[in-house]
Design a protein around this ligand. Structure first.
Ligand code: TYD
Length: 212
């Protein structure tokens, strides 16, 4: 039996990827076997690890510790959920994966993309996505979307966050260059329906090629 496609979605905050993914999966799973997931993906061990990362009491957490915990959570989710589905020829769509660590921990936190890549390669047994949709939205636009959806003005904290968002944006652009063959850039500043159609056309074609 062939192995399902492993597809990931990436992008900064406010890129709108989650709403597009939801609609895509509703539509395409009528014709193809698809598992939608995101880390920690409801697996208990991954969730326990993720709770350590997100716990506000852990303000002293070292950036490399954080990167290693993301790897641990990722591996468990991969072993328990992603690989078993791929082996049944189910296509797995993951909302964030490897590239989030390369960008957030490697680039934005400053550990270095290559170091974070090497601990990830160890963690995921080289289970690299077949392709990745990168939702490209300028950081100011992404941030505006978040604050307007929360129905409030952009505040000082948001502006401080803007610096971090800019790094995330630059990091994703570097990755898109580094992994040109795998990463498909999507102009996600366009209206929802256009973004949706663009991703759907690409994905539907690849699913057809794989399953038919
Ligand atoms: P969340 O609100 O769950 O999702 P999203 O932004 O995709 O709607 O936030 C996930 C946050 O975790 C996001 O800021 C990116 C960060 N993150 C990392 O820093 N490293 C990682 O490896 C992953 C998977 C996420």
């Amino acid at each position: 039996m062939s192995r399902g496609l492993f597809v990931t979605f990436e992008g900064g905050e406010g890129s709108g990827k989650s709403s597009v993914i939801k609609k895509l999966v509703e539509e395409l799973s009528k014709d193809f076997p698809i598992l939608l997931t995101r880390e920690p993906g409801g697996t208990k061990i991954s969730e326990d690890i993720r709770n350590i990362i997100l716990n506000k009491a852990n303000v002293d957490m070292d950036y490399k510790t954080e990167a290693l915990l993301y790897c641990a959570s990722r591996r468990q989710h991969l072993i328990e959920k992603v690989i078993p589905a791929l082996e049944k020829d189910v296509t797995v769509i993951s909302d964030r994966y490897l590239d989030s660590s390369l960008v957030y921990q490697g680039y934005a936190r400053g550990i270095g993309i290559d170091d974070v890549l090497s601990i990830n390669l160890f963690s995921i047994d080289e289970c690299i996505p077949d392709f990745t949709f990168l939702f490209v939205v300028r950081p100011e636009v992404g941030l505006n979307r978040i604050s307007s959806s929360a129905n409030r003005e952009v505040n000082r904290l948001d502006l401080e966050k803007l610096e971090f968002h800019k790094k995330v944006f630059d990091g994703y652009m570097l990755l898109a260059e580094k992994f040109k063959d795998r990463i498909i850039k999507i102009d996600a500043e366009k209206p929802f329906e256009e973004v949706y159609k663009c991703v759907k056309d690409i994905l539907a074609k690849r699913l057809k090629d794989h399953y038919e």
